[in-house]
Design a protein around this ligand. Structure first.
Ligand SMILES: [Zn+2]
Length: 543
């Protein structure tokens, strides 16, 4: 593929960003680079997948396929043949991403900080893994010799900012500095690596926007249950400052790489959390779908786990990591499912809004026979639909069979999706010591992120191959991959979405469909898993 024929394409992730938020800061002239792209190009609100978290949404964004085909249903996946969960990585993805198609077509690619790209892949170019990488090591970088160069030219590069640790401790200044600092180091490094202009496709997730929502929404939004006017005076504009800095780093990437075509995309949106936390497995127990036996060992372990998570300092956890890795794994398993009587349970939850049946033949002690499957799902869906918050509004916003939500049937996914009202925190199991499956965050004395994801993100595009149409109707996240490939003229198999309507060329199809392959199947070590879990806990994905 000759570089002259391929528009040099830049894809930048504004993780979790929304058009509404961008419009707010653009109105004050704080996002001049995005402004320029919008003036020359087209944009749309963009609907994400379920669940709308970075692992699942980014994987659909880069593959153009449903979780039912790519196999990343969440940050954690059920271990086949066991009642336990493991942290998912890029190795669990069953289909190729845009960079694989582009590499195969002879294009040179650079991929930086895209979630679920650990271990790094042998692309025709370079790759630095995203948030599923336990750290910046050899397996997180392709080619491996790039690692030394990164350490030399950008010693402050880190896979992910430590803003969550700062925010959890109320150290807001340093949380803000961390968010912006990690993003700047990332963009500076990429600007150095992209400078020779020897890439046809460069994809970078700048990321900080998502963290600004998670940690600073309470200061930004006067109606948030945890808003504090004193703190708001200093941090009410942090989200604005992060968007402003993100726009500046977008400009840095454009200056360094001089692309012909630019896409700015977000994997989902962001909004306020409400004051509620829902414990999925405790709810299933309350509805009679899961049987709990009050064994002393399990409830003690559950309480000990909750207490340790709450009180143990991060440096202490880190120092104890060699022991802690094994311990967290065992404690997590015991805390989540250790006191479950599986012979009397019909369903269980993972960590987000996903329910699996305890199915004969699939689960080790299955109780639901294939012929009863539909009836159990219906009973469960009816119970979910009837559940209310104390003030009478529905607890669940959406209840759906997996087959209505996903295309494809690869294993590891939920059987039923039960999505609570937006802004509700969802956790696997109540380890707080308080009774119940639905608790008020404000009464618990623990820290939870004040911003949560919403299902609609954004896409902006401008340059070669992009029509100047202004805003168009809402699009879907599975359209990003075919749009990139269409602009670049890279042949690809049939994907689930069409290119965006403002992309002037169609996708060159190879006429083949994508076959979901068996995942590579490597698992993280206990210590690596502990590192990733710690990070996910900070973002509110696990307890
Ligand atoms: Zn995200």
């Amino acid at each position: 593929m000759s570089p002259a024929a391929t528009p040099r394409t830049l894809v930048v992730g504004f993780d979790g960003a929304t058009l509404e938020m961008c419009d707010r800061w653009r109105a004050y002239g704080r996002m001049p680079v995005l402004d320029g792209l919008m003036a020359d190009g087209s944009w749309a609100r963009m609907r994400s997948v379920f669940p709308f978290n970075s692992a699942v949404a980014w994987t659909t964004l880069v593959t153009g396929l449903s979780p039912g085909t790519h196999g990343i249903f969440d940050f954690v996946l059920p271990r086949e043949g066991a009642y336990s969960l493991r942290v998912a990585t890029g190795d669990d993805r069953r289909v190729p991403a845009v960079w694989t198609h582009a590499s195969a077509g002879g294009a040179r690619v650079g991929v930086v900080n895209i979630p679920m790209t650990f271990p790094s892949e042998p692309v025709n170019g370079f790759m630095i893994s995203g948030m599923d990488a336990p750290g910046l090591g050899e397996r997180a970088v392709h080619p491996p010799e790039l690692l030394d160069r990164i350490r030399r030219i950008q010693p402050d590069y880190r896979i992910m900012s430590k803003a969550y640790i700062r925010a959890e401790h109320g150290e807001w200044d340093s949380a803000e500095r961390e968010l912006i600092g990690a993003m700047e180091a990332r963009a500076r490094l990429v600007a150095k690596l992209a400078r020779p202009r020897d890439l046809d496709l460069l994809m970078v997730n700048l990321e900080a926007t998502d963290g600004s929502h998670h940690f600073f929404w309470q200061h930004f939004d006067p109606t948030h249950p945890r808003h504090d006017r004193e703190l708001a005076r200093r941090y009410g504009d942090t989200i604005g400052r992060v968007y402003e800095a993100t726009d500046r780093e977008l400009g840095r990437l454009i200056d360094a790489y001089a692309p012909d075509t630019v896409f700015v995309v977000s994997d989902h949106g962001g909004g306020p959390s409400n004051d509620w936390v829902l414990y999925m497995n405790d709810w299933l127990a309350a509805e009679g779908f899961m049987a709990i036996q009050r064994r002393a060992r399990a409830s003690l372990a559950k309480r000990a786990y909750g207490t340790a998570m709450k009180h143990m300092s991060v440096p202490l956890k880190r120092r104890l990591r060699p022991l802690f890795g094994a311990w967290i794994e065992r404690a997590k398993g015991i805390a989540l499912y250790g006191d479950v009587d599986w012979s009397r349970s019909r369903a269980y939850g993972t960590v987000q809004s996903m329910v699996r049946l305890n199915e004969v033949g699939r689960e080790p002690t299955g109780t639901v026979r294939p012929e009863d499957r539909e009836a159990v799902l219906k009973e469960l869906a009816d119970r979910a639909a009837a559940r209310r918050f104390p003030d009478g509004r529905p607890l669940f916003e959406r209840v759906a069979r997996a087959s209505e939500v996903y295309e494809g049937t690869v294993p590891g996914g939920p059987d039923l999706v039960v999505e609570p009202e937006l802004g509700t925190q969802v956790r696997g199991r109540n380890t707080s010591g308080r009774e119940g499956f639905l608790l008020r965050v404000s009464e618990m004395g623990v820290w939870y992120p004040s911003g949560e994801h919403t299902p609609v993100g954004m896409a902006v595009a401008a340059g070669t191959g992009i029509e100047r149409r202004g805003e168009v109707d809402e699009q879907g996240i599975s359209q990003v991959a075919p749009s990139i490939l269409a602009v670049m003229g890279v042949p690809a198999p049939t994907l689930s979405g069409e290119p965006f309507p403002f992309v002037s060329s169609g996708l060159v199809s190879t006429g083949r469909t994508v076959e979901a392959a068996a995942p590579a199947g490597s698992e993280l070590s206990e210590a690596e898993e502990a590192e990733v879990l710690e990070r996910l806990r900070g973002l509110g994905y696990v307890d």
